[in-house]
Design a binder for this molecule. Structure first.
Ligand code: BV8
Length: 231
């Protein structure tokens, strides 16, 4: 394959070697706090200060982290590949954009963005958010992290399915395949005619949807794969 469109789905595993925790590995985020307490609209309605505290802490951690060799390799692939390379990330950190990836969709939102639950205005999030923060546009105290919580529709779904339909290759990197609709992208891409490749530390929950797989740490497996793709 020397051209053709590539869609790459990334998850928390690509940022693990940058020091950011994953969700479902041993010691993962959801082992320490129940997602129902901090990552649903109901949790935010019940205790907005606690939810803001959870994301303020993750925003601080993400700001301290740096892109790793896997993020850098994907940015190289975008620059050097003859076809289109689209990165769809489930991650809410900004390590892909800091590594230089530009064709990028944050389907689960982003820690560095804020949103008004009242007027839907979006802006760059401050380091620390609180329930009483007024919206810069409508002044209502209805600001929230621009994060897609469980039970909410992920962002950019139309663009993602359009890209899957035009893809020759779908690659999933650092994701457990536990969360939908992202976990269904490989099966959808395959149904639409794409080849599918998993690059992950261990087989994911949806390994059966992949034609090929390479298992190992992202900072080794992803640069090796990109080097092969760029010849
Ligand atoms: C939706 C933002 C419908 C938050 C996230 C009941 C009620 C409501 C919904 C549902 C329900 N039952 C099922 C659902 C659907 C639900 C879902 O799938 N739930 C799961 C738990 C069963 N999905 C949703 O709710 C989605 N919305 O369905 O909307 C709808 C329809 C119409 C109209 C309105 C609504 C929304 C899902 C988005 C939730 N938000 N993130 C935040 O980040 O705080 S999802 C959450 O899981 C994470 O954020 C992450 O993005 C995502 C996936 O996790 P992974 O990235 O894969 O991370 P994980 O730890 O799981 O795995 C890491 C992997 O990396 C492992 O495989 C590991 O081996 C590997 N790894 C580790 N180290 C390395 C490595 N690989 C390489 N190198 C390494 N070094």
């Amino acid at each position: 394959m020397s051209a053709g469109n590539i869609v790459i789905l990334t998850g928390a595993g690509i940022s693990a070697e940058s020091g950011l925790g994953t969700f479902r590995d041993k010691g993962g985020l959801w082992e320490n706090v129940a997602l129902e307490e901090v990552a649903t609209p109901e949790a935010f309605a019940r205790d907005p200060a606690r939810v803001h505290g959870f994301y303020n802490s993750r925003r601080k951690g993400a700001a301290r982290a740096a892109p790793n060799a896997a993020h850098d390799a994907l940015a190289r692939l975008e620059r050097g590949w003859a076809g289109e390379v689209l990165v769809v990330t489930q991650n809410v950190d900004n390590l892909h954009s800091r590594a230089g990836t530009t064709n990028l969709l944050h389907m689960h939102g982003a820690l560095h963005r804020a949103r008004c639950a009242g007027c839907d205005h979006k802006w760059d999030a401050p380091a620390v958010m609180a329930p009483e923060d007024p919206c810069p546009s409508c002044a209502a105290p209805s600001t929230r992290p621009d994060i897609v919580w469980f039970g909410e529709m992920p962002h950019h779904m139309h663009e993602i399915f359009t890209a899957l339909a035009a893809a020759e290759l779908f690659v999933a990197i650092g994701t457990s395949g536990a969360v939908y609709p992202a976990a269904g992208f490989a099966a959808e891409a395959r149904r639409l005619g794409a080849r599918t490749l998993e690059l992950n530390l261990a087989p994911s929950d949806v390994i059966c949807d992949f034609d090929d797989a390479r298992h190992g740490p992202a900072t080794r497996v992803v640069p090796d794969w990109v080097a092969e793709m760029l010849g």
